[in-house]
Design a protein around this ligand. Sequence first.
Ligand code: S3P
Length: 178
Amino acid sequence: MHQQSTRLNNKNIFLIGMMGSWKSTIGNKLANFLNYKYIDTDVAIEKIMKMKISKIFSEYGEKKFRSIEESYFVEKSKDKGFVFSTGGGIILGIKSRMALKNNGITILLKASTKTIYNRIITTNGRPLLNNLNDSEITLEKMWLKRKKFYYENADFIVETDHLQPDQVINRILKLIRV
Ligand code: S3P
């Protein structure tokens, strides 16, 4: 079923959270349900740069990636009617945090480090987790460093550890009162 809430008034929905928190899985379906347009910032950046995210990291470094990510996000989030699945590090930039605050509703998809580790262990292409032997520890350290920003910037938080993607979507729809 497609529907668009008048209450939502075409406001953007930003999904934030650690890598593996299901931002992309949920974002796509949520956009479809709301009859919204959909953007995965990583995918958009890869298209613009004609390069995989991992290649951008290895060629230009993380700092450059963050600056590309931030300029892209700050501009694009001025549009309306989008669900954005953001890269896990979007909350690191002050301008991106301002954009989250000013340009829509931000939902933090939260999962324990164990859950995230189990979800992403089978995937690759995550440059910040190259050494799988210690990636659970790396993920936990990353979460501890970032959690303040995730919490501070979230209008709503959905704990996803014990939910299926469709249940997460239903929670979000309730929270945004669609
Ligand atoms: C990153 C998360 C990735 C991607 C990049 C950096 C991070 O996106 O932007 O590898 O710093 O957490 P996902 O959260 O979609 O995996």
